[in-house]
Design a protein around this ligand. Structure first.
Ligand code: PLP
Length: 286
């Protein structure tokens, strides 16, 4: 069965899908996106992702081409058309395709935003990474200053991930002014003496939808949470480290810049949080 994608109002086979060469998402990364995970054919935390999408668009003065109810229906249609049981839905909204390339934004009345969605299959509940953990390197955070807006400007995170790969690691933690901001596509945490430490929200990190859920579950489970910056040295001396994202849930980090974290195997708090997150999110999926 060929993959069906959604492009500007139509469901089409992926090989037939087309966007304009003038699309500003293509020319200028003038686009926002969301990735939502699917388990058992149901959507995890649609409301969280829809709310963040609307905020990203509003910060960039984009006018959504669909209502959030329509967006939910498109997700459901694509899941069904692609027979998706476990994996994710990628959605991107661009500032549309004017008839030329211009740094000035086109009038949204004349050029409507473009929208593309597709699904992908991925095993998320049973994960090898969860059993083994990942190794990360640290690298300077050289992204733009509005990381709270989920844009498709992903060249630097992609570059950082390649540097990690060249060193035999799976990801990079980004460091600004001596402190960890986040991972290339996830939020970063350490655990010391039972306290979960993660950077506070601001313009310098993405406000992870998984982060919000994990911190809520941690507090409900009477765990201690501190939202503050931490350094690579502090992380290397922590008992545990982990990252969270919509498609990775909570994944343990077992090595940072060659230094083993804790005993070098996934920690108990990371595992417990992942178990609670998986169970609760599956229960609430729609
Ligand atoms: N931080 C960055 C830079 C990301 O790209 C992502 C996800 O893509 C996250 C954090 C995690 O966000 P979420 O939990 O909403 O997937």
């Amino acid at each position: 069965m060929s993959q069906i994608v959604y492009v500007n109002g139509e469901y089409v086979p992926a090989a037939e899908a087309k966007v304009s060469v003038f699309d500003r998402g293509f020319l200028m990364a003038d686009a926002v996106y969301e990735v939502t995970s699917i388990i058992g054919g149901k959507i995890i935390d649609f409301d969280g992702h829809a709310t963040r999408l609307q905020r990203s668009m509003s910060e960039l003065e984009m006018v959504s081409p669909v209502t959030m109810d329509e967006l939910l229906q498109i997700h459901r249609d694509l899941i069904e058309k692609n027979n998706l049981d476990e994996g994710g839905v990628y959605l991107q909204i661009t500032r549309g395709a004017p008839d030329t390339r211009d740094f000035v934004w086109p009038d949204p009345e004349e050029v409507p935003c473009g929208i593309v969605l597709f699904t992908f299959a991925k095993s998320m509940v049973d994960s090898k990474v969860m059993d083994e953990g990942i190794k990360v390197i640290s690298i300077a955070d050289e992204r733009w200053g509005r990381r709270d807006i989920k844009t498709t400007q992903l060249l630097y995170p992609s570059f950082a991930k390649m540097q990690a790969k060249k060193k035999g690691c799976q990801d990079a933690w980004l460091v600004e002014d001596g402190f960890v901001t986040e991972g290339t596509a996830n939020n970063a945490y350490i655990v010391k003496d039972g306290t979960i430490i993660t950077r506070q929200l601001g313009n310098d990190i993405l406000h992870g939808i998984t982060r919000a859920a994990i911190l809520r579950f941690a507090l409900e489970a009477q765990m201690k949470v501190e939202e503050r910056p931490f350094t690579i040295a502090e992380a290397q001396g922590a008992d545990e480290a982990f990252v969270t994202s919509a498609t990775g849930f909570a994944q343990p980090v077992i090595e940072i810049d060659g230094a083993q974290i804790g005993t070098g195997v996934p920690g108990d708090i990371s595992k417990r949080l992942r178990d609670i997150y998986t169970e609760e999110m599956i229960k609430a999926a729609i």
